[in-house]
Write a protein that binds this ligand. Structure first.
Ligand SMILES: [Fe+2]
Length: 260
């Protein structure tokens, strides 16, 4: 079983708009071409939020078009740069309609239960986990006898040691940390939001953040800073109860971000 994680696409409705000097649509297209060239089959392709930068239907449609090679295997959760209603509308065949306003997902991959948790708060950059999300998570955990569990969410449930990024992190993360510490089956947590690669642990779980398919962040300093690193993605491979994961990147830095 193999999974592709794509995160922080930040697509605009107009094709050539740049985010701090990075043409995010072209960059996503380059990442897709690069991944396809590796000829790895994926059982699931998981997008951990920030599909678009402007939250417009045309932008979500562009994401849909670019990710067409995997349109039958997408799983999605929103980030801060997402609009739940538009995401549901454009990906109506992939995103579950429920009476909850949250966009969570549940999938399986071999021995693994995959759970996506929506941390989006309309109008806010930081995310939030509240009791209702914890209740959804614990219910799914207790209903499953899968021996291993991986969680996917936009905002990392740990501090990443970056003054400016930790200031826009996940509120309520202690609630989620408690659930993870109390269930040894949760072995893997994959996130986005911070636009760079980082690793930590909670309980029995390894926590990973993944580079953006577009602009890369520099965690240093107290204010936002952008790094001249190549756009990337994450591959996760499950072998029974074991997993292996690595970040892949475009081979060259085609665009340097504008820090002015
Ligand atoms: Fe982002």
């Amino acid at each position: 079983m193999r999974i592709l994680q794509l995160t922080d696409l930040h697509i605009f409705a107009a094709p050539n708009v740049r985010l701090k000097g990075i043409p995010t649509r072209e960059s996503l297209q380059d990442v897709v071409v690069h991944v396809l060239a590796t000829e790895q089959p994926f059982d699931h392709v998981i997008i951990t939020g920030d599909h678009t930068h402007d939250e417009r239907p045309e932008s979500y449609q562009a994401v849909r078009d670019i990710l067409a090679p995997w349109s039958d295997r997408l799983s999605q959760i929103p980030g801060n740069h997402d609009d739940r209603a538009v995401l549901r509308q454009v990906f109506s065949d992939r995103v579950a309609r429920s009476d909850s306003d949250r966009i969570n997902f549940q999938r399986t991959a071999g021995d693994w239960l995959l759970l996506g948790l929506d941390t989006h708060v309309p109008g806010e950059v930081a995310g939030n986990i509240e009791e209702r999300q914890i209740a959804w998570l614990t219910e799914r955990l207790s209903a499953s006898d899968q021996p291993s569990v991986a969680l996917f969410l936009h905002h990392p449930p740990v501090e990443i040691g970056s003054e400016w990024m930790d200031a826009i992190g996940l509120n309520g993360r202690e609630l989620l940390q408690e659930v993870v510490k109390n269930d040894d089956r949760i072995r893997l947590i994959c996130c986005g939001h911070v636009h760079h690669e980082f690793q930590s642990t909670i309980g029995n779980a390894a926590v990973f953040t993944t580079p953006s398919t577009g602009i890369q962040f520099d965690p240093a300093g107290a204010t936002p800073n952008f790094a001249a690193d190549a756009p990337g993605y994450r591959v996760i491979e499950f072998d029974g109860a074991d997993f292996e994961t690595h970040v892949g990147r475009l081979p060259t830095v085609k665009y340097v971000p504008d820090n002015d």
